[in-house]
Design a binder for this molecule. Structure first.
Ligand code: UGA
Length: 450
């Protein structure tokens, strides 16, 4: 099929390149000329595993980029809106989605052939069948039926986005009418083996929010229960959550082999969640629900527990080394999770800001996220950046582990002992074994094992 994708950020570009790789003809649209040039030159403007290799494979024959939305819509049967939805003033900002819908609608005014518009950006339930539909109808002068409209959420994890797109677990298509569904589902039918689930557009929008809210809730649940066990003392949350995982409703025993679904990974205590999705999505659904008159109490607590994680790490530090003023603290890991240089809503950046306010001298290490962190922390002093972890550990009074990069989990106990003033290790990711660390003379404490 011929498909245009509006927006070449992380979702748009992965979608465009992967659909081209599956055999469709794709036109990517972006307003920024340098981004378009970069794509047309075979260089992805964002880093995502395997994306650049796939782009080079499909460029020219199956994919092109342009700033000209008219050309893209005229030469495609389907337009996918994959623009950003930033979080401003306590709610999701739909400006770019509205703009894209308007621009597409203006082209549809003149276009004779049937055309389906798809909303892929994460939007609050009701956005597609009210705001987007209204804009399309006004701009095109046509009614739904003369053009099609669907909502098709994405479930792409940063760092695994290409793999997640090529091998989805489910494909959700929200539609109001049959023709939109019949035309749009051709993108996936015969190309992907995952089940296609048809819903209305609001349900499709809600599936996305509910999925992220559930995962974020599991993380905050684990951190809450870990906090309770810290107060009780002599209970390790990693150990008892392992016992929880083995419940037959979470892990399945098949022929004597225990199969642990990925979801149990989210049942692990740690420094809390970050990134461009969980915090924003949970806050957006809270504020939308409140605007309708319902206060979502669990979701509010999910954010509250997550925000409190920095305080807990600071408390663990103080218990080990006393007041933080003038102490040398090494922060290991800056990105919100391993496999990315993304520091948006990173718990590590929040910790560094708090440490700096308390007068600590900070040395931080990350294999890839230093440049982004420098930009975010440009107004903060007393921070040194290292791309070699050993240099960051020299003469430190304590080290805090904030991102579970392999390179960090393979640091030897001897290295902590040799390089630091005191081998005090605060494990925000629970990557080291408490007993093993302590028996190697590391003054170790982690979230959930005080
Ligand atoms: C998340 C979802 O996993 C995707 O399914 C979804 O499509 C995406 O948001 C989105 O809305 O676009 P992502 O933000 O890339 O993807 O990252 P995750 O791997 O889910 O991790 C999110 C945060 O939770 C990270 O800070 C991670 O470190 C943290 N986390 C994850 C934990 O603290 N503990 C865990 O056990 C797992």
């Amino acid at each position: 099929m011929n498909i245009s994708i509006i927006g070449t950020g992380y979702v748009g570009l992965v979608t465009g390149v992967c659909l081209a790789k599956k055999g469709h003809k794709v036109i990517c649209v972006d307003k920024i000329q340098s981004v378009v040039d970069s794509i047309n030159n075979g260089i992805t403007p964002i880093y995502e595993k395997n994306l650049n290799e796939f782009l080079i494979d499909v460029l020219g024959d199956k994919l092109e980029a342009t700033t000209d939305i008219k050309y893209a819509v005229e030469n495609s049967e389907i337009s996918i809106i994959a623009v950003g939805t930033p979080f401003t003033e306590g709610k999701i900002d739909l400006e770019y989605v509205k703009e894209a819908a308007y621009d597409i609608g203006m082209v549809l005014k003149e276009k004779k052939d049937y055309h389906v518009v798809c909303v892929k950006s994460t939007v609050i339930p009701t956005t597609t069948d009210t705001i987007v539909l209204n804009i399309l109808e006004v701009a095109s002068g046509k009614k739904l039926g003369e053009f099609g409209l669907v909502m098709n959420p994405e479930f792409l994890r940063e760092g695994n986005a290409v793999e997640d797109f090529m091998n989805p677990d489910r494909i959700i298509i929200g539609t109001i009418d049959d023709t939109s569904f019949d035309v749009f589902s051709k993108i996936y039918k015969d190309y992907f083996s995952a089940p296609i689930i048809r819903t209305n557009t609001r349900t499709a929008e809600m599936i996305k929010y509910a999925t992220n809210a559930l995962l974020a809730t599991l993380i905050s649940f684990s951190n809450e229960i870990a906090a309770v066990s810290e107060e009780i003392g002599d209970i390790d949350a990693v150990e008892f959550l392992e016992g929880v995982h083995m419940d037959r409703r979470l892990s399945v025993n098949i022929d004597g082999k225990l199969i642990k679904p990925d979801i149990v990974k989210y049942l692990k205590p740690g420094r809390g969640f970050g990134g461009s999705c969980f915090p924003k999505d949970v806050k957006s659904i809270i504020s939308f629900s409140e605007s309708l008159g319902y206060v979502p109490r669990i979701l509010k607590s999910v954010i509250e527990v997550n925000d409190f994680q920095t305080e807990r790490l600071l408390n663990l530090l103080k218990e080990k080394i006393g007041e933080l003023n003038s102490k040398s603290i090494t922060v290991l890991g800056l990105s919100f999770k391993p496999g990315t240089d993304d520091i948006r809503e990173s718990q590590s950046i929040k910790l560094i800001k708090s440490l700096q306010e308390k007068g600590a001298l900070i040395k931080c290490y990350d294999p890839v996220a230093i440049e982004n962190a420098k930009k975010e922390l440009k107004d903060y002093s007393n921070i040194e950046y290292f791309d070699i972890y050993k240099d960051a550990l020299v003469n430190a009074d304590a080290a805090v582990i904030m991102t579970d990069w392999d390179v960090i989990s393979s640091i030897g106990y001897d290295e902590f002992k040799k390089l630091m003033n005191n081998p005090v290790v605060i494990d925000g990711c629970r990557i080291f074994d408490k007993k093993e660390a302590q028996s190697n003379d590391i003054n170790y404490v982690g979230i959930g094992c005080r």
